[in-house]
Write a protein that binds this ligand. Structure first.
Ligand code: ZN
Length: 245
């Protein structure tokens, strides 16, 4: 029995603090840093903002849905995207903070990204036009207009989002969005976009320590928005007034 507000042995403590302490902190997935995949040095160091991001933006890379799920292919993808962003777009470095291959390998993108995440700060990226100062971008290898990602990619995306939600104290139901939620683009593709509710629930389940999320698949439907025009083009990524490229 309870007396004077003191919980007797065996009584479940439902105070706010005990509930908070039971929320799981999702462990960081293995993230390969820039040295691992052989990044070029940036034109100049990335800008680090004191405040962490409030949204996680899911992208596709608008590249082939390769069957090569190897680590070597993943590292080659990161190098190819960086080359495109620096040499074709004229940016200082690769634009997104994180990249996930179809084999499920998670890689650091823009310089200082892992350092900033570790410090609960934010690296200014170039992945969603006009919103780069408060959003962290994950580029997921492939083109998901008519088909979905591999299981390996999906599992890594869930783990990565759970880690970021833990680090930054974000609610997955509010924080996880698609590129098309901000800019006029079909990114991350009709199929992957339709799975964002499932992704949010899967991340919430990880954070709650549950084995399985509540199912919530939606039928993909065409957005009518522009799809990729060429490889690595997934829509507006940088506004003219966003300073660092
Ligand atoms: Zn995108």
């Amino acid at each position: 029995m309870l007396a004077g507000g003191v919980a007797a042995a065996g009584v479940v403590d439902l105070t706010r603090s005990s509930i908070a302490s039971r929320a799981r902190a999702a462990a960081a997935p293995q993230v390969f840093d820039r040295a691992a995949w052989g990044a070029r040095p940036p034109v100049q160091p990335a800008q680090v903002l004191a405040n962490g991001p409030d949204h996680i933006v899911v992208h596709h890379t608008a590249s082939a849905n390769t069957g090569d799920l190897s680590q070597a292919a993943a590292f080659g993808l990161s190098r190819a995207i960086q080359n495109f962003h620096m040499d074709s777009n004229g940016w200082d470095d690769t634009g997104q903070q994180l990249t996930i291959s179809r084999g499920g390998f998670v890689m650091e993108g823009r310089n200082r990204s892992l350092q900033a995440i570790g410090a609960r700060q934010h690296v200014m990226g170039a992945h969603v036009s006009g919103e780069n100062d408060h959003t962290i971008g994950i580029e997921n290898e492939g083109t998901y207009m008519t088909t979905g990602p591999t299981g390996q990619l999906w599992n890594s995306l869930v783990a990565t989002c759970a880690w970021l939600c833990t680090v930054y104290g974000l609610d997955p139901q509010a924080a996880i969005v698609g590129h098309r939620d901000y800019n006029a683009t079909a990114c991350p593709g009709d199929v992957l976009y339709a799975r964002l509710p499932e992704l949010r629930n899967a991340v919430a389940a990880v954070l709650a320590g549950q084995a399985r999320p509540v199912g919530s698949s939606r039928r993909p439907r065409s957005s009518g928005l522009a799809g990729p025009r060429h490889t690595y083009d997934h829509g507006p990524a940088l506004a003219a007034n966003e300073g660092h490229r």
